[in-house]
Design a protein around this ligand. Structure first.
Ligand code: URA
Length: 247
């Protein structure tokens, strides 16, 4: 498991990362004397503080700081898998907006689900973890529940499981498909270990079917907490985070 060391950092950077304002806004607040460290006003924006041991207050209120945040979100349909920084139109609702209790302003979703897809999305600011989860070389399995417009035949399932041409340079990697109810080929569980654009939709199209509903159930060892409702989220539990960090 990767170790994360507490850093010493500039006071203005610390405040920016908590969402207290832009770099120039927090510099003004510091210069005005609105910021104290361990009870003493500090007017030097470049003062170095420890994110773990120093107590920072802004206008008398403690500033909460977390070096890393990890949230499991049940993404609802209709919301874009992006952070505000990715969006040109700042009025569009994105998944990071749903994390109302976040301390940091640099969270992003790990991978993307289509706007109409629901289900598990990890939201964090841990770029190294995101990189490992999304790396094509890691082949992290992702499992989805899908409802289809036209049934898959046994031959379709065999073809999809072996890898199918969806118009890219290479066919898809082998995957696993199970009917969720025996005898109902309109609702499936599908596990893939890539993350190509519209991958499952294109795989079903390659068999003459269409996805009418799609929900992600798991990503690697992380399973969607079924007590969450669409739009709800919670912090990752220690064992969930440990399992992800040990990938
Ligand atoms: N495959 C898709 O087609 N859409 C998603 O959102 C995820 C996987």
């Amino acid at each position: 498991m990767m170790e994360r060391k507490a850093k010493r950092m500039r006071l203005d950077k610390f405040l920016c990362e908590t969402g207290a304002g832009t770099r120039s806004e927090v510099k003004k607040l510091i210069a005005k004397g609105s910021v104290s460290v361990n009870g003493m006003p500090v007017k030097d924006a470049g003062a170095r503080i420890s994110e773990e041991t120093d107590r920072v207050e802004l206008c008398g209120a403690p500033v909460l700081y977390k070096a890393f945040e990890y949230y499991m979100l049940y993404k609802p349909a209709g919301v874009i898998s992006a952070s505000k920084a990715d969006l040109r139109d700042k009025n569009t609702r994105c998944v990071v907006d749903l994390i109302e209790t976040k301390c940091r302003n640099d969270l992003f979703p790990v991978g993307r689900l289509d706007k109409d897809t629901e289900g598990l999305l990890l939201i964090t600011n841990d770029g190294a973890l995101a990189h490992r989860l999304l790396s094509p070389r890691k082949h992290v399995w992702k499992t989805y529940y899908a409802e289809l417009s036209a049934p898959l035949s046994d031959e379709d399932i065999r073809r999809l499981e072996g890898g199918v041409d969806i118009g890219d340079e290479t066919p898809t990697l082998p995957c696993e498909i199970r009917l969720t109810e025996p005898g109902n080929p309109l609702s499936i569980r599908i596990s893939i270990r890539e993350g190509r654009y519209h991958q499952i939709k294109r795989m079903m199209e390659a068999c003459g079917s269409e996805v009418t509903y799609l929900k992600r159930l798991s990503m690697g060892p992380l399973m969607l907490d079924e007590t969450l409702s669409p739009g709800a989220y919670r912090e990752l539990k220690e064992d969930e985070l440990a399992a992800l960090l040990s990938l």
